[in-house]
Design a protein around this ligand. Structure first.
Ligand code: UDP
Ligand code: MG
Length: 313
């Protein structure tokens, strides 16, 4: 199969018929063998009914229905597991992404050899203050943290080589950082393409202000886990040692001062309390490091590596 189109959706019943008809037009014009995988992420409208109708009219349309709302990341992850095409394209269900972009995205992966192409909504039709401005900040932060030169990490329209989606696990709300996950998995050929963005025609956005709090927390997580996930002591131990050493240094200074001048009242000195606190923090960082190591050591995937090729084995 040439192409799998993975579409996560929650309460998008109105958009689906239009979206699927449009996709069908584009892919049949190109004569791709394809599947559309619609993941109903706990919709409370008629989305699943619509998916069943669409499927009875076109067997290339497939559906997965979650028991409840698990979030866009979970939906994408299930779609990736099910996808059988050589190229996998993800898009939002709300008609904000244009299916007309599919052929060019397909060629970039299938012919130009990219592992991942991320859409770039250069001209964006969302709320300026709640979306466009904060997202500029986020993209800059993610760029500098990950070293991946993309303008729009969180664009729903992306294309992947088959082996990328089979190698990464999108969990929590990590769908915002899929290019970072892909880079960790060793896929360096990441590019971007300016894509057309449209106003939401039906329904409402599913992500409010909380996306920026969560997005920021996930960014700190991802930069920590990426570097120290398999060796937590190298992080906690470093800062723990540093903190403990500073505290110890101050303590030694106080003790020496007391020996030289017996009038010197250690407990009247702010430095005493600072030293005490820093040493406690240092010890706790060390403990966190040991706990981290115990967890990392028992993680079932601790020795799961992605092997690209083998020779003679
Ligand atoms: N979505 C989902 N599960 C959720 C929230 C959203 O599958 O819990 C889908 C939603 O139906 C849409 C896509 O994710 O297809 C992007 O969501 P939305 O358009 O609300 O985000 P925005 O474009 O406003 O960033
Ligand atoms: Mg949208």
């Amino acid at each position: 199969m040439n192409l799998s189109i993975v579409i996560p959706l929650k309460d998008e019943a109105e958009s689906l018929p239009e979206l699927c008809a449009w996709i069908e037009r584009v892919v049949t014009a190109r004569q791709y063998t394809y599947e559309v995988i619609l993941i109903d992420d706990g919709s409370i409208d008629d989305s699943w009914k619509v998916i069943q109708q669409l499927r009875s009219a076109n067997p290339n349309i497939k559906g997965i229905r979650f028991q409840r709302n698990y979030g866009k990341s979970a939906a994408l992850n299930e779609g990736f597991k099910a996808a059988a095409g050589n190229v996998v394209i993800t898009m939002d269900a709300d008609l904000q992404d244009s299916p007309d972009e599919i052929p060019e995205l397909y060629d970039l992966i299938a012919k130009e050899g990219y592992h991942l192409i991320s859409g770039w909504k250069k001209k964006r039709y969302d709320n300026t203050f709640t979306k466009n401005i904060p997202s500029k900040f986020f993209n800059a932060a993610t760029r500098s943290m990950s070293g991946i030169k993309l303008h729009d990490f969180n664009c729903g329209l992306k294309a992947y080589h088959h082996k990328v989606v089979k190698s990464i696990e999108v969990y929590g709300e990590m769908h915002r950082y899929i290019p970072v996950l892909a880079k960790w998995a060793g896929f360096r050929n990441i590019g971007e393409k300016v894509v057309e963005h449209r106003k939401r025609k039906y329904g409402t956005t599913k992500f409010g202000w909380s996306r920026f709090v969560n997005g920021f927390l996930d960014l700190t997580t991802i930069s920590f886990v990426g570097r120290f996930g398999k060796r937590p002591m190298h992080f906690f131990g470093l800062w723990g040692t540093l903190a403990f050493a500073i505290g110890l240094g101050i303590s030694i200074y106080l003790i020496v001062s007391k020996i030289i001048n017996t009038e010197f009242a250690i407990t009247n000195r702010p430095a005493f309390f600072i030293a005490l606190t820093i040493m406690l923090i240092g010890t706790q960082l060390f403990l966190a490091g040991f706990l981290g190591e115990l967890i990392a050591r028992n993680a079932p995937e601790r020795n799961n590596y992605l092997i690209e090729e083998k020779a003679g084995l």
